[in-house]
Design a protein around this ligand. Structure first.
Ligand SMILES: C[S@@+](CC[C@H](N)C(=O)[O-])C[C@H]1O[C@@H](n2cnc3c(N)ncnc32)[C@H](O)[C@@H]1O
Length: 472
């Protein structure tokens, strides 16, 4: 480890293995269509180009490249050690459609690649400094094609308000510690804040946000904490600031990549919803939503210069035609969910039919719709079931199986890592979207592993899902 920094970003320690399911093209397409806009792919078999800016160790890119053989994936990150790890995994799995570039955003802008249909930035925007955010806008202008999708996750206010003073103190103490190694700087700073807590410093003891940050530091790997909270440019923002910054790109907000937070009827109380719905303009509405939810992280999906607006009927048809894949075995589905506004209950005929339908294999849901409600769920019922099961993370948007997917080869490489220092708790599928598979389940899949009892109903039902997806 070294004392390297780039524009205040700590590059002297590796980031953790990390994957966000919402980065998958079928997931992003579903968000875009729910927002009434046309997805960048004509259909699930269309070729596309996909760029991950600040890709970290490239886990997402590799999982996606193995799951979507029709896509060409590029990951860019300034840290050579990240790019080397990403390239090694791609080579081991023979992923000819994944490539990785060790470059800063600034140097990429000097020689930008051809435009992409999808550009994602997870954990980047509010982690880098003002200058790099401006560079990113110029870069996006060159690399995001009209009609293309942009995914940006970022830390937000007001949700970060309480923890912000402790993060500022952490940063100041770490910078002033004189230690060369970022992890040593982190430990020095955290120890001082803990001592302040013991000494009864009011801004620590009276502020749950400070305690939360101390817990976070204790719970997480140092590489995670340094990359999340120790950059000089790290600064949570209001949603309106992001919308202003992206205005030169002519992007329209399609919606949240969180299928739960994206539906106001699931997360807001009635009075809150009336206030949010009454806002005329997107920035004001989104800001009100963030205040209602006290959101500290947003995952926004945009479309650049959208040409086609879809009507409600077209949206419904598209969503019922798109495949979905069971993420949770039928036996473990709770049919209710705790949400900020209370409990969301969805135990009904349509949700039960969808869950049963997907138990054997992924598929589209239109086949379940009946014309006569006496015969079974209508198209509207099935659509509602799809929405709530996505929000509850019971199902994932997916593509029909891609014949040339490299998922099995990548999965074997991931299984070889499951007893190592950096296991990857995800496996690729043939369906355009990777699946979360715990390390314990990976050991069972590999053979010889025991059910570790951490699953709600043991590993066996999950094994049925894994077998249905032919993961190995
Ligand atoms: C918090 S990590 C997130 C990594 C990855 N997106 C993920 O979710 O796992 C931010 C990443 O951005 C990269 N990064 C920071 N500043 C950069 C710059 N100026 N140019 C290119 N990459 C940068 C870092 O090396 C780091 O891997």
């Amino acid at each position: 480890m070294s004392a390297e920094r780039l524009d205040g970003y700590e590059t002297g320690v590796e980031y953790v293995e990390h994957w966000q399911p919402e980065l998958a093209p079928p997931w992003l397409d579903a968000v875009v269509v729910e927002g009434g806009l046309a997805p960048p792919r004509a259909d699930a078999s269309s070729a596309f180009r996909y760029l991950d800016l600040g890709c970290g160790r490239g886990t997402s890119v590799n999982l996606l490249a193995a799951s979507c053989p029709q896509g060409e994936f590029v990951g860019v990150d300034v840290m050579r050690v990240h790019i080397d790890a990403a390239t090694a995994l791609a080579a081991e799995a023979g992923l000819a459609n994944a490539s990785f570039v060790a470059a800063s955003f600034e140097s990429l802008l000097a020689d930008p690649p051809a435009p992409f249909d999808y550009v994602v930035m997870h954990g980047v925007w509010t982690w880098v400094d003002e200058r790099n955010r401006a560079l990113l806008v110029r870069l996006l202008d060159r690399v995001l094609r009209p009609g293309g999708v942009l995914y940006v996750s970022y830390n937000t206010l007001p949700g970060w308000t309480m923890a912000l003073p402790a993060q500022r103190l952490l940063l100041a103490l770490a910078s002033g510690s004189g230690e060369a190694d970022p992890v040593a700087r982190l430990h020095h700073a955290a120890a001082t804040i803990r001592a302040l807590d013991d000494a009864g410093a009011l801004a620590v003891t009276a502020n749950p946000g400070a305690r939360w940050l101390l817990d976070e530091i204790a719970r997480r790997e140092p590489g995670y904490v340094v990359h999340e909270y120790l950059h000089a440019g790290w600064r949570p923002i209001y949603v309106t600031e992001l919308l202003d910054a992206l205005a030169p790109l002519d992007v329209a907000l399609a919606g949240s990549a969180s299928f739960l937070e994206g539906r106001r009827e699931y997360v807001l109380r009635r009075a809150q919803r009336a206030l949010v719905d009454a806002a005329d303009a997107t920035p004001e509405r989104e800001l009100l939503l963030d205040f209602c939810l006290n959101r500290s992280l947003r995952r926004d999906v945009f479309v650049r210069a959208p040409r086609t607006a879809l009507g409600a009927a077209e949206v419904g048809r598209w969503l019922l035609a798109q495949n979905v894949l069971a993420r949770v075995p039928a036996e473990a589905v709770a049919f209710e969910l705790a949400v900020p506004a209370g409990r969301l209950r969805f135990d009904n005929r349509a949700t039960r039919e969808v869950v049963a339908h997907l138990a054997a294999a992924p598929g589209s849901l239109g086949v379940l719709a009946r014309n006569d409600p006496a015969d079974g769920p209508t198209a509207a019922d099935v659509l509602a079931a799809r929405r709530v099961l996505l929000a509850a993370e019971v199902v994932l948007p997916a593509d029909p199986a891609h014949a040339r997917s490299r998922h099995r080869v990548l999965n074997r490489a991931i299984l070889r890592r499951c007893d190592g220092a950096r296991p990857i708790p995800m496996l690729a599928t043939a369906h355009g979207v990777p699946l979360d598979v715990t390390v314990a389940d990976q050991r069972s899949l590999r053979g010889g592993g025991e059910d570790d009892g951490t699953r709600p109903s043991g590993a066996r039902p999950y094994q049925a899902i894994h077998a249905a997806l032919d993961l190995l």
